[in-house]
Design a binder for this molecule. Structure first.
Ligand code: GLY
Length: 438
């Protein structure tokens, strides 16, 4: 079967890796990802956001199914364009992708359909209303652009903003600059807890959840520094995380199932990956945001654990026959290698050495992200460069393997050594206990 994967990063490399042995793999990517290039029978280098060009390529190659990696082409309607030329897709239509691309649509859906796990929120389009709201709101808030900002537009009081007065100014900036493409801003109640991610395969009607993962957005060890796309993540043997219960997981999955039903009523049946980012609060899981795609790095935790062949899952998604999807009962840790200076002033254009044999011998895997294979070697593009992933009987065991494998990379790069360590996991457990006992 001819399958096209759209996207350039480590997430897409992990998708290709899960599919490659069972399909004739084609790829459409903006840079020369060496991992994807090795797995694909053919790839085209081009702008993934040029949805007409992708559809033309798919038609020319007689592609039978496409998997869309990143959110931006989904927001532009790549699935609509591919379906128009007869290619079924793992990915939502432009209308259903609004669950990620339009946060006011998402929050209103929760309100209109009475879905659990939402927060106090308000959407604003003028400064007077923002000012009045914040002068009278007693809890700390989070300010979010309504549209896509590559995960970088969200600011939280107590982290990036001093107080709700500071939040006013930032909300104005978001609105005045139409950050994310909307002249609106969304202000939400700040929820305290531990964050977790559940990704689910969806066929429009049925939803098959994956093991939970936890990402580490801060750039530096000890959760310091700016928020990034994610510096690493872990998952555990039982599909839960050490600070959560089966009931927490079930409650989060129930929220996602309700969302799936609501999307089908409001737009088109949602076929693809639904990524739920939750905060486990004292009152249970609260939905922070949805993405219309796999998480990056979380895809690298779960995809290598698939027992059900990925191609069977993809076919079931497009045919509407999705059932249980099985995963190996192992823990996993992913650590992102990033350029020195990232995220502020990242080194770009420099060569790094990736000793794949060394990584494999240690028992880990590498997924290539923001690098390009050039004649001179693997070249840093300035963003997260490589995901190093290992599995084990415990999180600690996986962490040690991943950490050792990070030593197989040479160049001006760094990574968070603390992701998945016993010390950090215990800190998360203690934090959750403190919240539950407060
Ligand atoms: N891990 C964050 C994201 O995928 O958006």
């Amino acid at each position: 079967m001819k399958v096209l994967v759209v996207g350039t990063g480590a997430r897409e490399h992990a998708i290709c890796d899960a599919l490659a042995k069972d399909v004739e793999l084609y790829a459409y990517m903006s840079k020369n990802n060496p991992g994807i290039a090795k797995l694909a029978v053919e790839y085209k280098k081009g702008d993934e956001g040029d949805i007409e060009a992708v559809a033309e390529y798919a038609k020319e190659k007689e592609i039978e199914l496409a998997v869309i990696g990143p959110e931006s082409p989904l927001g532009k309607g790549i699935v609509n364009a591919l379906e128009e030329v007869g290619v079924p897709c793992v990915g939502p239509t432009k209308e259903s992708a609004r669950i990620e691309t339009d946060k006011s649509f998402m929050r209103n859906l929760f309100a209109d359909y009475n879905i659990d796990g939402s927060l106090t929120y308000k959407v604003f389009d003028n400064y007077e209303d923002i000012s009045e709201f914040l002068d009278n709101y007693e809890k700390d808030v989070v300010v979010k652009p309504v549209g896509l900002t590559g995960g970088k537009g969200v600011k939280i009081v107590g982290e990036h903003l001093k107080d709700n007065q500071d939040a006013k100014e930032y909300a104005k900036e978001v609105m005045d600059n139409a950050m994310g493409g909307f002249t609106q801003v969304i202000i939400e109640e700040k929820v305290v807890g531990e964050e977790f991610t559940i990704q689910a395969f969806c066929d429009g009607e049925h939803l098959a959840p994956m093991p939970t993962a936890q990402d580490h957005p801060h750039a530096f060890e000890g959760d310091q520094g700016l928020i990034t796309g994610g510096m690493g993540s872990y998952s555990n043997t039982d599909g839960l995380l050490p600070f959560m219960t089966q009931e927490d997981y079930n409650a989060a999955v129930a929220i996602m199932k309700e969302t799936l039903k609501a999307i089908a009523k409001e737009t088109t049946p949602y076929k693809g990956i639904l990524y739920g980012q939750f905060m486990l609060s004292k009152e249970g899981p609260k939905l922070i945001e949805y993405n219309a795609r796999f998480g990056d790095p979380e895809a690298m935790n779960v995809l290598p654990l698939l027992k059900t062949p990925m191609i069977d899952v993809c076919k079931a998604i497009v045919n509407g026959t999705l059932d249980k999807v099985e995963f190996e009962d192992k823990a996993s840790v992913c650590k992102y290698i990033v350029p020195d200076g990232y995220p502020d002033t990242p080194h770009a254009g420099e060569i790094i050495e990736v000793d794949e044999e060394c990584i494999e011998d240690i028992g880990a895997k590498v997924f290539y992200a923001a690098v390009s294979a050039e004649e001179e070697g693997i070249t840093l593009s300035g963003s997260r460069a490589l995901g190093i992933v290992a599995q084990g009987k415990t999180i600690s065991e996986a962490e040690k393997i991943a950490e050792e494998a990070c030593g197989c990379i040479k160049g001006n790069v760094y990574h968070r050594r603390d992701v998945g360590t016993e010390e950090l996991v215990q800190k998360r457990i203690k934090h959750m206990e403190d919240i539950l006992n407060s």
